[in-house]
Design a protein around this ligand. Structure first.
Ligand code: ADP
Ligand code: MG
Length: 323
C-alpha cells in the first residue's frame, strides 16, 4: 500500500480508575489505506472500543484519561485539533457507527431530523432531498415516508441503516464501525455487513470494522489486526491471517469460530482462561498465562510487534505452518 488515509502511531490511552491507571490502549500502531476495509478483532475488554474512540478524537487527554502517540487522518493531526476542528473532522473526515442502534438515535427526533442536522448550508428542500438520497443509499425502502417516522417505528436493522446513513452524511473518507451488528439477529447482521461492504466498494469509503467475532470480518476485511489486552498481537492481510495464523492467540481465536463445514452441534473450542485484569496486567507477554507455547522468556519479556513477509506478529514463539 502506498497511500495512507489513517496513520495511528504508538497510541496509548490510559484511563484513570478507582483502582489505579488502566492502560486500555498500550502502544498501538497501524495504517489504513483509502477505501480499505480494516478489521480489528479481539475478545471483549481488549481495548477495541477505546482504540476506536481515541482514533476518532472522541477520547482526548483530560481529567479522566491521558492519550499519547499520534493519529493522522487525511493529513490532520487528530489530537492536535481544537474542539471546533474535531467537530469539523467528524462531519467531513470520519463517521462512527456504534454498537447499539437503540441508543444511537434520539427517540423523540424524526429520522429526517437525524439526517439533516449534519447537513450544513443546504436549503430545507435540498436537505430533504439529500436525506432521502442517503436513506436510499443504505437500502431503506420508501425513504420519503421514512423521513417522517420516529426511530421506534423502524426495525433494529432499519435503525442501524439509519445510523450508517447519518455517519455517511458528510461523505467521510473513513467510517469506524464498532460492533455494528452485535445487537442484531443473524440474518440482519449479514445484511448490514453486506451493506458496509457495498458502501466500501461503491463510495470508496475506508472502513474500520471492529468486532469480538473473527467471523464478522472474515471474507470482508482486506487486512485484520488482532488485539489482546490493549496491544496488537498480529496484523496481516486477511487471507494470510486466516490461512495461517502466527500468533497463538489468533490461532486460538480462529479455532473458536464455528466453520461452515463443521458437523452440526460440534462443540465450540473456547479459549482457556480469561483475559487479564487491565489494571494489573501480567509482565512480559500478556497472553503468556493462557498460551500453550509459553516459555520462561514469555513471562518476563514483552515481545515486540515484528514485521516479516508483509505481516506483523508480537510473539517469541510464533506458530509455524500455513502460509
Ligand atoms: N470509561 C471507562 N472507565 C474505566 N475503564 C474503562 C472505561 N472504558 C473502558 N474501560 C476499560 O478498558 C478496557 C478496554 O475496554 P473496551 O475498549 O471497551 O474493550 P472492547 O471494546 O475490546 O470490549 C476494559 O478493561 C474496560 O473495562
Ligand atoms: Mg467494545
Amino acid at each position: 500500500m502506498t497511500e495512507t488515509l489513517l496513520a495511528v502511531e504508538d497510541l496509548h490511552t490510559e484511563i484513570r480508575t478507582g483502582r489505579g491507571p488502566l492502560k486500555a490502549v498500550d502502544g498501538v500502531s497501524f495504517t489504513v489505506g483509502p477505501g480499505e476495509m480494516f478489521g480489528i478483532v479481539g475478545e471483549s475488554g481488549s481495548g477495541k472500543s477505546v482504540l476506536g474512540r481515541t482514533v476518532m478524537g472522541l477520547y482526548t487527554s483530560g481529567p479522566s484519561m491521558t492519550v499519547s502517540g499520534r493519529v493522522v487522518l487525511n493529513g490532520k493531526d487528530v489530537h492536535g485539533l481544537t474542539a471546533a476542528g474535531r467537530r469539523a473532522l467528524w462531519r467531513t473526515d470520519v463517521g462512527m457507527v456504534f454498537q447499539d442502534p437503540a441508543t444511537a438515535l434520539n427517540p423523540v427526533k424524526r429520522i429526517g431530523r437525524h439526517l439533516t442536522e449534519g447537513l450544513r448550508g443546504l436549503s430545507r428542500a435540498a436537505a430533504r432531498d439529500r436525506a432521502e438520497e442517503l436513506l436510499r443509499l443504505v437500502g431503506i425502502p420508501e425513504p420519503r415516508r421514512r423521513l417522517r417516522q420516529y426511530p421506534h417505528e423502524l426495525s433494529g436493522g432499519m435503525r442501524q441503516r439509519v445510523v450508517i446513513a447519518v455517519a455517511l452524511a458528510g461523505e467521510p473518507s473513513l467510517l469506524i464501525a464498532d460492533e455494528p451488528t452485535t445487537a442484531l439477529d443473524v440474518t440482519v447482521q449479514k445484511q448490514i455487513l453486506d451493506l458496509l461492504g457495498g458502501l466500501q466498494s461503491e463510495l470508496g469509503t475506508a472502513i474500520v470494522l471492529i468486532s469480538h467475532n473473527l467471523a464478522v470480518v472474515a471474507g470482508r476485511a482486506d487486512r485484520v489486526a488482532v488485539m489482546y489486552a490493549g496491544r496488537l498481537a498480529e496484523l496481516a492481510p486477511a487471507s494470510v491471517l486466516f490461512a495461517g495464523p502466527r500468533h497463538p492467540y489468533t490461532e486460538a481465536l480462529l479455532a473458536s469460530v464455528p466453520r461452515l463445514g463443521d458437523p452440526p452441534h460440534s462443540p465450540l473450542q473456547a479459549i482457556d482462561g480469561a483475559p487479564p485484569d487491565m489494571a494489573a496486567p501480567p509482565p512480559g507477554c500478556r497472553y503468556a498465562p493462557r498460551c500453550r507455547y509459553a516459555t520462561a522468556e514469555c513471562a518476563t519479556a514483552a515481545p515486540p510487534l515484528v514485521m516479516a513477509d508483509g505481516r506483523a506478529v508480537a510473539c517469541h514463539h510464533p506458530v509455524q505452518g500455513g502460509v
